[in-house]
Design a protein around this ligand. Structure first.
Ligand code: MG
Length: 159
């Protein structure tokens, strides 16, 4: 049986904070606020995976009140969720994601994001889509207050 999951996340940008997206440190004047490293792309992927197996969302598994995940690398959280996926006997068919950010330019960092995330997901790079768009200057993302990410995941589960 196959199941699809969908995830969305948005984090505020704060000047002087480290910017981490898709497990990659991206040089920029501002970074994403969050209890963890604020990696909205990893968070959207986590929610897509959890959605596909009907296991709540990232906040269910990693409450933002938990001191153990304060400042955590979100790729480590993704690895924990992959343990849950494997325990269900499931495997990922593919993941497709969109980053919506006005700046910096994300395109040059996409290969590094794929190299960081695909091994954690246990899929080849050809099964992981990451696209980068701007919000055409519109709304909080367009006005550079935040970065948003969307992801879908297709999982193959035991019948
Ligand atoms: Mg988040």
């Amino acid at each position: 049986m196959h199941k699809v999951g969908f995830g969305y996340d948005i984090h505020r940008l704060e000047a002087g904070r480290r910017l981490v997206l898709g497990g990659v440190d991206i040089p920029h004047s501002a970074g994403l606020l969050g209890h963890s490293d604020g990696d909205a792309l990893a968070h959207a992927v986590i929610d897509a995976l959890l959605g596909a197996i009907g296991e709540g969302d990232i906040g269910t598994h990693f409450p933002d009140t938990d001191p153990r995940t304060e400042g955590a690398r979100s790729t480590a959280l993704l690895g924990t969720i992959m343990g849950l996926i494997r325990a269900r006997g499931a495997e990922i068919v593919n993941v497709d994601a969109v980053i919506v950010a006005e700046e910096p330019k994300m395109g040059p960092h996409v290969p590094a994001m794929k190299a960081a995330l695909a091994p954690i997901l246990g899929i080849p790079g050809s099964s992981l889509g990451i696209k980068a768009k701007t919000n055409e200057g519109l709304g909080p993302v367009g006005e550079k207050w935040a970065i948003a990410c969307y992801a879908v995941a297709l999982l193959k589960l035991p019948d």
